[in-house]
Design a protein around this ligand. Structure first.
Ligand code: TRP
Length: 338
């Protein structure tokens, strides 16, 4: 047994990832690999609960799921998740998770799930008239994901904090009921990451569904095109007009990719000494430089689909052996080990 603390985190398979995913999550996951024992998984089951993957009558679009999983795994490895350091796999390849989910479902109070803010938002935002059992149970499944590997820290965005807290409550309740601390009480690891805005709106997060994003997988040319489309200060029309960098998407990206020059850029923009066209070209160049290596690696890995499969397969084997131990312990304290 290693003395390293255990980290667990998952991502829904949305296909190829954008810079929000990279900067907001992946880069952090990569850093955590050395200090922690990390379990990183692609949550294909969770993706079946979300309205985004359904049509208007609730039919689940699973057609693209396999490719979405593959594209995301490619991005994960390109970004530097390392199968020699971390356990990287697909959620459903560890069927023990489903069994723990079922058992945790027996002790998760309905009220906790009904009060879950993400559930309530989901019903409203997507106008869901007939919510499913799976959607309501989303946090219980997430708890199973975390607890089966005895996760202690869970690196997630603020939007997932309530789910991690629920996992913590479920773990505590289980330990209490069965009189043994089988599960550590997981904690969200909220690391301050720069906000990555949508290309068209400095106040919205970059998201795939809006289309206003830059992907890891995009070519340098595509990146230039997308940077050109970024929202800038509407009051700055001519090159020499004085600009307002706060509220300009290009400037937000400079704060991420061009940190050393940020004071100069702000000054030049405010003084009317920097035109938006040049400012965008400079940004596209620094971004393409920063993304060069990860994109090269992606191209290289894309030629080795068999390797990606192997990584995920071997990851699942490792994860299963841990999961089986936990499940055996769970059944023992529940007196289900007959
Ligand atoms: N619900 C998380 C999200 O949408 C994904 C997820 C599933 C997860 N299981 C997890 C995250 C376990 C952390 C730990 O982002």
């Amino acid at each position: 047994m290693s003395a390293k603390k255990v980290i667990t985190s998952g991502m829904r398979p949305t296909g190829s990832l954008h810079l929000g995913n990279l900067i907001g999550a992946l880069e952090n996951w990569v850093k955590l690999q050395d200090e922690y024992q990390c379990f990183y998984f692609i949550v294909d089951w969770h993706s079946l609960t979300t309205p985004g993957s359904q049509n208007s009558v609730g039919y689940q679009y699973t057609t693209n799921l396999a490719d979405n999983i593959y594209q995301m795994a490619l991005d994960w490895l390109s970004a530097g998740l390392d199968p020699n350091k971390s356990t990287i796999f697909i959620q459903s390849h560890v069927p023990e998770v489903a069994e723990l989910f079922l058992l945790l479902g027996m002790i998760t109070p309905l009220g906790w799930l009904e009060r879950n803010p993400t559930y309530r938002e989901m019903l409203e935002d997507y106008k869901i008239e007939y919510p499913t059992y799976g959607l309501l149970g989303y946090p219980t499944l997430q708890a199973a994901d975390i607890l089966i590997y005895k996760g202690e820290y869970v690196p997630v965005g603020k939007d997932q904090e309530s789910h991690v807290n629920l996992a913590r409550d479920i773990a505590g309740r289980f330990n209490n009921i069965y009189g043994k601390n089988v599960f550590p009480l997981p904690e969200a690891l909220l690391t301050q990451m720069p906000k990555v805005p949508s290309l068209d709106n400095p106040n919205r997060k970059m998201s795939k569904s809006s289309g206003n994003y830059i992907a890891i997988a995009h070519s340098p040319e595509e990146t230039v095109e997308r940077v050109k489309s970024m929202f800038t200060d509407p009051a700055k029309i001519r090159k020499n007009d004085k600009g307002h960098p706060d509220g300009c998407v290009v400037f937000s990206f400079h704060t991420i990719y061009n940190k050393e020059k940020i004071d100069l850029i702000r000054f030049e923009c405010q003084e009317g000494k920097r035109g938006c066209v040049d400012c965008k070209m400079e940004l596209a160049n620094v971004m393409n430089k920063a993304l060069f290596e990860i994109r090269e690696r992606r191209k290289e890995l894309a030629n080795r689909p068999q390797y990606i499969k192997e990584v995920l397969f071997e990851g699942a084997q490792k994860a299963r052996s841990v999961a089986q131990k936990t499940l055996a312990e769970v059944k023992e304290v529940m007196k289900l080990n007959y």
